[in-house]
Every structure is written in structure tokens, then in C-alpha cells.
Design a protein around this ligand. Structure first.
Ligand SMILES: [Zn+2]
Length: 68
């Protein structure tokens, strides 16, 4: 936390709160990788891929479709 941010928060609490919310949104937003909605995640290791047959890490049929 920078000193400037602290001063800004004291002087202008509304703007600081908006900035904080904006930062939180950026942090939580998941980058849209390629716009493809057919994505699958391994339920064991969490590996995300566009193939559903098997997880290349676990070498098993553990892929579940990721909801859009
Ligand atoms: Zn896996």
C-alpha cells in the first residue's frame, strides 16, 4: 500500500473506494483465452483443455466441461 494511496483514501474516500473495486474486479476476472466455449477441466488436477477425451496430465478420462 503506497503512501499516495493512503493519502488519497483519506482525502477522497469515494474515489479510493471506486479504485479499490476496480482493482478487485481486475484481479478476479478470468482472462478470456480464445473465446472458445468448449473447454474442459480435469476434475483431478484442474488442467484446462479443449479436448474432452482424457487429461494429458492424469492420462485418464477425468475431463468435465467448464460451464460458460
Ligand atoms: Zn488431470
Amino acid at each position: 500500500m503506497s503512501l499516495m494511496y493512503t493519502i488519497k483514501k483519506v482525502l477522497d474516500p469515494l474515489a479510493a473506494r471506486e479504485e479499490e473495486a476496480r482493482r478487485r474486479r481486475q484481479r478476479e476476472s478470468v482472462p478470456d483465452q480464445n473465446g472458445d466455449d468448449h473447454r474442459f477441466r480435469c476434475r483431478v488436477c484442474g488442467f484446462v483443455s479443449d479436448q474432452w477425451e482424457y487429461c494429458p496430465h492424469c492420462l485418464a478420462d477425468t475431463m468435465n466441461q467448464v460451464p460458460p
